[in-house]
Write a protein that binds this ligand. Structure first.
Ligand code: NI
Length: 169
């Protein structure tokens, strides 16, 4: 298990557009494994490569569903519909959350860790996570989309978030 340092809002790397992965290198396989470790250690539901300082189009997501974790390489949203408005957070903006409207249903096309094309469908939190993480690959932070003010949240590291209404991505 290896943890990577999570870049925090204001770090210029978070605002850059990431490059596609053409052939998954051994270094990138290690990166994916480290991203999963880092996401779980931080109790996040998603993490994008630029958040650990790598400008490649790689995302990991685990919303606790039966599929997870999702490993998305060069992901693209190919369909979206509906609307959800809810609280959103980001591991790069620790201790904060804000209200963001996202599509409630998205279909994502991506390569998996074997560089095979997959299509995933997400609703609710998973749809939100797909949108949030893919935004990171394009240099966008959820804070650009927040309606109203960011609010302070206190995550208790020793307990699961029983409310489950804010997820850090
Ligand atoms: Ni994020």
């Amino acid at each position: 298990m290896a943890l990577r340092e999570i870049r925090i809002e204001g770090d210029p790397i978070l605002y850059k557009v990431c490059k596609p992965v053409e052939k998954l290198s051994d270094r990138q396989k290690v990166l994916i494994s480290d991203m999963l470790d880092t996401m779980y250690e931080a109790n996040g539901v998603g993490l994008a490569a630029p958040q650990v300082g790598v400008l490649r189009r790689i995302v990991v997501i685990d919303v606790g569903d039966e599929h997870g974790p999702y490993i998305l390489i060069n992901p693209e949203i190919i369909e979206q519909d509906g609307e959800q408005t809810g609280s959103e957070g980001c591991l790069s903006v620790p201790g904060k959350a804000g209200t963001v409207t996202r599509p409630n249903h998205v279909v994502v096309k991506a390569l998996d860790e074997n560089m095979e094309e997959q299509t995933y469908e997400g609703e609710g939190l998973l749809a939100r996570a797909f949108c949030h993480e893919i935004d990171h690959l394009n240099g966008h932070m959820y804070t650009e989309l927040v309606q109203g003010d960011l609010v302070d949240v206190n995550y208790d590291d020793d307990e699961e978030d029983e409310d489950g209404d804010t997820s850090e991505e």
